[in-house]
Write a protein that binds this ligand. Structure first.
Ligand SMILES: O=C(O)CCC(=O)C(=O)O
Ligand SMILES: [Fe+2]
Length: 224
C-alpha cells in the first residue's frame, strides 16, 4: 500500500484543504473536488460553447508550436461564477494577498478540449501579453486546472507534468526534473504557483473520440 501512496504526496484531502498553504507546498492536487453533477453542468456548458482550435488561433499557435490542434472556448458568466464560487479558499486568498503593492486583482479562465494527438509543450505560464495603456500586464500568480471529462484512462496520456528547475533560471532552456506527474482524473482540481515549468503530455490515439475537457486559467495581481 505504501508504494501506491508515495507518488501522491501532493494529493490533499478535501477536509485538509482549509489549512493548505502554497508557501509550504506550491503544488496542490485535490481529487474528486468536482462532483458528478458539477462535471455534468460544465460539460453541458462546454457543449454549447463556441470553440476555436489552434488552427483558428495563429497567435496562440505561435506560442505553442507542435501542440496538435487543441481547442479553447470562453467560459460564460454563470459558469464562471459557479466555478469561482467553489474556489473561495483561504490558501488562494492568503497567497494572493502576500504580494506587496497590489493595485488590482484579476482572473481569467477558459474551457479547453484536447483530443488524441494534442499536447502542450513545456512552459512556465509567465507569458502574459503586452502591457495595455501604459499599465503593466497583470502577473499570473496561481495557475488553476480542473478536469471535467466523464472518464479518463491512464493509457490515454494527457498527464500534466510539473517540473522543478535544476539549473539557474537564467538559461534559455533550464534543466528540469519532474516533480509531479498528474493524471487528468475526472473531478480533480490542480493549482500551482507561477512561474513553474509544466507541460501536458500528448493525448494518445487509444483515447479514440474521448476528449480531455478542462477549465484552466490564473489568479493574477496587478502592480503599479
Ligand atoms: O491542462 C492542463 O493540465 C494544464 C494547462 C496549462 O498548462 C495551460 O493552459 O497553461
Ligand atoms: Fe500552463
Amino acid at each position: 500500500m505504501e508504494s501506491q501512496r508515495e507518488g501522491r504526496s501532493s494529493t490533499v484531502a478535501l477536509s485538509d484543504l482549509q489549512s493548505f498553504s502554497f508557501r509550504q507546498s506550491p503544488v496542490l492536487i485535490v481529487e474528486n473536488f468536482w462532483s458528478a453533477d458539477e462535471r455534468q453542468y460544465f460539460r453541458d456548458a462546454m457543449n454549447q460553447a463556441a470553440w476555436k482550435s489552434l488552427s483558428d488561433l495563429p497567435k496562440v499557435r505561435e506560442d505553442f508550436p507542435d501542440s496538435g490542434n487543441w481547442a479553447k472556448a470562453e467560459i460564460g458568466p454563470a459558469q464562471g461564477n459557479r466555478f469561482l464560487s467553489r474556489l473561495q479558499l483561504p490558501c488562494i486568498q492568503e497567497y494572493m494577498e502576500s504580494f506587496p503593492n497590489i493595485t488590482g486583482r484579476h482572473m481569467g479562465f477558459s474551457y479547453y478540449s484536447y483530443s488524441a494527438g494534442d499536447c502542450l509543450l513545456t512552459h512556465d505560464d509567465t507569458s502574459q501579453g503586452e502591457p495595455v495603456g501604459g499599465r503593466l500586464a497583470p502577473r499570473r500568480r496561481i495557475a488553476v486546472v480542473a478536469y471535467f471529462h466523464e472518464e479518463w484512462q491512464s493509457d490515454w496520456g494527457g498527464e500534466l507534468i510539473v517540473y522543478a528547475t535544476r539549473s539557474a533560471h537564467t538559461a534559455e532552456k533550464p534543466a528540469l526534473s519532474v516533480t509531479h506527474c498528474i493524471e487528468p482524473r475526472p473531478g480533480s482540481l490542480v493549482m500551482f504557483t507561477v512561474p513553474r515549468f509544466h507541460r501536458v503530455c500528448r493525448v494518445d490515439q487509444t483515447a479514440g473520440q474521448h476528449r480531455r475537457l478542462s477549465i484552466a486559467g490564473w489568479f493574477m495581481t496587478e502592480h503599479a
